[in-house]
Ligand binder design. Structure first.
Ligand code: WTA
Length: 648
C-alpha cells in the first residue's frame, strides 16, 4: 500500500490487495492472465463446465465477423442454472433478501424461489406464452421482477425489462418494437415516500398500442387502480392454485435469453439481444472472479433490474453462483440518509456494488451517516456505470471500504453483457479512478481513428479485439444498425465501444467517457437523438440539440438548445412546460437541467446540427474550427446564453 506510481493522474497512490484478502481470494494467481491470453477459448470452455448443460456443446466458438456463436450445439436453461442446480446443497439457503422502501422485508430460500418461479411460469404458459414470445416486465424493485425474469427464462420466453421510472410512452415504444403481447406491472410503488402510479402510466401508455393482450398486475401498495376487463388480471389471483413445478424448456445455447433496450445515437432505442449459453457462462464466471463471491457472502448490488447491471450482477450471475442477494426497493435517503448503511448493518452485507453517482452523493452528505452504523461486515466494494473520479474513489475506499476493502471499478456495457475491464480483487494493484485491466479472456485496446494502437498516455477509442461469450448478438429487428454501430468504425472484427480511453505505462485502462451522442445522467443512458425527437414533437419547438454537460455529482446533466417555431415567444413558462414534457415522455430521471432558447443552432452547410459544437459550448470548452458552419456567429451568441445560465 501507499506506493507511488507514475501515471497521468498526478500523485495517485496504488493499493495492493490486503494480504489476508489475497490469500483467501478465488483468484490469487496472476498467472491467470498469461494462461488465458494464450488460449481465451480454453478459458471460457473450462468455466462453462461449471454450469449445468442438458447437452454439451460441440464447439466453443464459431466466429464469422461480426457474428459470434458460442457453445453451439449446447443445450441449457438459464433459470435451471440459477435455481434447480442449487437445490441439492442450498435448498434452504436464503436466495433473496428484499427490503421495501417502507421497511417491509421478504425473504426467499432457493426452494421457495424455485416454487414461486415455477408457479408464475405456469401462469404464463396458461396464457399461451411459449418459447420465443417476448414478455415485457415493467416493475419496480420488488421480488416479482426477479420471479418474472426467471419464469420467462424457464419457459424460454425472452424478457424485456423496462425501467419502472420510464414513462408510459417509452414503455409503449419498447413493447411495439419487441412485438410483445404480455405485460407484467404493478399497481404502484413508493419512491421517497411518494406514490408512483405505475398502473396509470401503463393505461395511458399502451392505450394507442393495440398489441398488449394481457396485463398481469402485482398488488404492491394496495393502490386503487382500474382493471380493464379481459385484459388485466391480478398477479395474486392468477397465482392461486398454480402448480409449483414446471419443467424447464431446454434451450439452445444461442437462443435469445432477453432483450434490453438501450439508448444509442439515433432516435429509437435499440433492443440489445443476449443469448443463453455464452451469457450464462460469462456472468457466472465474472461474478465469481470480480466479486470473489463465496457461499457465505451477503451480496448487495444496488442496481435496478431495468438496466443491464440488474440482469447480470443482481440476478443471473449471483444466483447461478448460489449467492444470497440483497435488493432494496427505494431511495438511499429514505427515511434518512443512512438507509444504505442501516441496511448493510442489519443484513450483514459483505459485498456492495453501486454507482459513482451514489458514491458522490454520499460524499456530499458526509461520513457521519455511514459512521452511525457498523458496516464492518463489508469485505469488497464495487463501482459501475460511469467513470469514478479519483476523489470519489478515495472517499469510497476510506469511508465505506474502511481503508481495507478492495475496490472493483468495473467497466462494461449493456452490449457486453459482462464486466470487461476490472481489477481481480485478490491480485490487482488498484489506482483510484482506474478500471485497470481487461478480464481474463478479454482483449481490449485503445485505438486511434485509423485503428492503430495509441501510445500510452494518449487519448483514443476503447476497442475490444476478440469475441467474448456475452457479446451482443444483434439489435432486435435491425441487423444493419448492429453492424453500423459496433462493427464499422475500423473493421468488422473490432468492437467499437463508444467510449474514450487511455492506457498508462502499466497497461492499465482509464475510461474517459462516451465519445458518441449518448449522455450518462447518474449512470442512466440517454440518447441525444432520442431526446431531440421528443422535444421536436412539442408543438412549440422547431429544432433541438441536446447534449451532456459535465456535472460533479451526476457525471453529466442535460442541456437542451431549442429553436422555437415562428411566432412562439420565449418564456419561463415555456421552459417549464418543455421540461415537464420531456419528463412525461421519457421519465423523471431525464429531466433537463437547462433549456436554452436560440434563434439558430450550429449546423453544417447541409443543415445537420453539430452536437459536438453544442457540447463544447455547454462545457465551456473550445468548439474548435467552426468556419464550416452555416452561420459561425451562432456560436458566440450561444456561448453568451450558456454563460448567463451559469451566473444566474
Ligand atoms: C459507462 C452499464 C467508466 C461507459 C454497465 C459505458 C463506465 C456505459 C464504467 C455503458 C466504468 C460503465 N468506468 N465508465 N467503470 N461502467 N461505464 O450500457 O460509458 O448502461 O459505455 O451499462 O457506461 O452503460 P450501460
Amino acid at each position: 500500500m501507499g506506493e507511488k506510481s507514475d501515471t497521468s493522474e498526478k500523485d495517485v497512490t496504488d493499493f495492493r490487495p490486503p494480504e489476508d484478502f489475497a490469500r483467501n481470494a478465488i483468484v490469487n494467481d496472476p498467472e491467470i492472465y498469461s494462461r488465458t491470453e494464450k488460449d481465451p477459448q480454453g478459458f471460457w470452455e473450462e468455466n462453462a463446465e461449471n454450469l449445468h448443460w442438458h447437452r454439451k456443446w460441440d464447439s466453443v466458438l464459431e466466429w464469422e465477423p461480426p457474428h459470434a456463436r458460442w457453445f453451439t450445439g449446447g443445450k441449457l436453461n438459464a433459470c435451471y442454472n440459477c435455481l434447480d442446480v442449487n437445490l441439492q446443497k442450498r435448498a434452504d439457503k436464503t436466495a433473496i433478501i428484499w427490503e421495501g422502501e417502507r421497511g417491509d422485508i421478504r425473504k426467499y430460500t432457493y426452494k421457495e424461489l424455485l416454487e414461486e418461479v415455477c408457479r408464475f411460469a405456469n401462469v404464463l404458459k396458461g396464457m399461451g406464452v411459449g418459447k420465443g414470445d417476448i414478455v415485457t416486465i415493467y416493475l419496480p424493485m420488488i421480488p416479482e421482477v426477479i420471479i418474472s425474469m426467471l419464469a420467462c427464462a424457464r419457459i424460454g420466453a425472452p424478457h424485456s425489462v423496462v425501467f419502472a421510472a420510464f414513462s408510459g410512452e417509452s414503455l409503449a415504444t419498447r413493447i411495439g418494437d419487441a412485438n410483445s403481447r404480455i405485460l407484467i406491472t404493478c399497481d404502484g410503488y413508493s419512491r421517497r415516500g411518494k406514490i408512483v402510479e405505475q398502473k396509470n402510466k401503463v393505461d395511458d401508455g399502451i392505450r394507442s398500442c393495440g398489441l398488449v393482450e394481457k396485463v398481469i398486475v402485482v398488488r404492491h401498495i394496495e393502490n386503487d387502480v382500474s382493471m380493464k376487463d379481459g385484459r388485466d388480471v391480478w398477479w395474486h389471483e392468477v397465482m392461486k392454485g398454480s402448480d409449483s413445478s414446471c419443467e424447464p424448456e431446454i434451450m439452445s445455447s444461442e437462443d435469445m435469453l432477453f432483450l434490453m433496450y438501450t439508448s444509442g445515437t439515433t432516435g429509437k432505442p435499440k433492443g440489445i439481444v443476449h443469448t443463453t449459453g455464452g451469457y450464462m457462462v460469462a456472468t457466472h464466471t465474472t461474478t465469481r472472479f470480480v466479486f470473489d463471491l463465496k457461499d457465505e457472502d451477503i451480496y448487495w448490488c444496488t442496481a435496478d433490474c431495468g438496466w443491464i447491471t440488474g440482469h447480470s450482477y443482481l440476478v443471473y450471475g449471483p444466483l447461478a453462483n448460489g449467492a444470497t442477494i440483497v435488493t432494496y426497493e427505494g431511495a438511499p435517503d429514505h427515511p434518512e440518509k443512512d438507509r444504505y448503511w442501516d441496511l448493510i448493518e442489519r443484513h450483514k452485507v459483505t459485498i456492495l456494488y453501486t454507482a459513482p453517482t451514489a458514491i458522490r452523493t454520499f460524499m456530499k452528505w458526509g461520513p457521519s451517516w455511514p459512521q452511525m452504523h457498523d458496516i464492518s461486515t463489508l469485505r469488497l466494494i464495487g463501482s459501475v456505470g460511469e467513470p469514478i473520479n479519483p476523489g470519489a474513489w478515495l472517499w469510497y475506499h476510506e469511508n465505506i471500504g474502511q481503508g481495507r476493502c478492495p475496490i472493483v471499478d468495473t467497466w462494461w456495457q449493456t452490449e457486453t453483457g459482462m464486466i470487461m475491464i476490472s481489477p481481480l480483487p485478490g491480485i490487482t494493484t488498484t489506482k483510484p479512478g482506474c478500471a485497470t485491466l481487461p478480464m481474463p479472456g478479454i482483449k481490449a485496446a485503445v485505438l486511434d481513428e485509423k485503428g492503430n494502437e495509441v501510445e500510452p498516455g494518449k487519448d483514443g477509442y476503447l476497442a475490444i479485439m476478440e469475441p467474448w461469450p456475452s457479446m451482443v448478438r444483434t439489435v432486435f429487428g435491425n441487423e444493419e444498425r448492429f453492424i453500423e454501430t459496433y462493427w464499422s468504425k475500423w473493421d468488422n472484427r473490432t468492437y467499437f465501444a463508444g467510449d474514450g480511453a487511455k492506457m498508462d505505462e502499466d497497461g492499465y485502462f482509464w475510461i474517459i467517457g462516451r465519445v458518441d451522442d449518448v449522455i450518462k445522467v447518474s449512470g442512466h443512458r440517454i440518447g441525444s437523438a432520442e431526446f431531440e425527437s421528443i422535444l421536436v414533437s412539442h408543438p412549440s419547438v422547431a429544432e433541438a440539440g441536446v447534449v451532456g454537460k459535465e456535472d460533479e455529482l451526476r457525471g453529466e446533466v442535460i442541456y437542451c438548445y431549442v429553436t422555437l417555431r415562428s411566432g412562439i415567444k420565449e418564456s419561463e413558462e415555456l421552459k417549464k412546460e418543455l421540461r415537464m414534457y420531456a419528463e412525461k415522455n421519457i421519465g423523471p430521471f431525464a429531466r433537463p437541467r437547462h433549456i436554452i432558447f436560440s434563434d439558430d443552432l450550429p449546423k453544417t452547410r447541409s443543415g445537420k446540427i453539430m452536437r459536438r459544437v453544442l457540447k463544447a459550448i455547454a462545457n465551456e470548452k473550445d468548439p474548435g474550427d467552426v468556419s464550416t458552419l452555416q452561420d459561425p456567429a451562432v456560436v458566440e451568441s450561444l456561448k453568451e446564453r450558456t454563460k448567463m445560465l451559469e451566473s444566474s
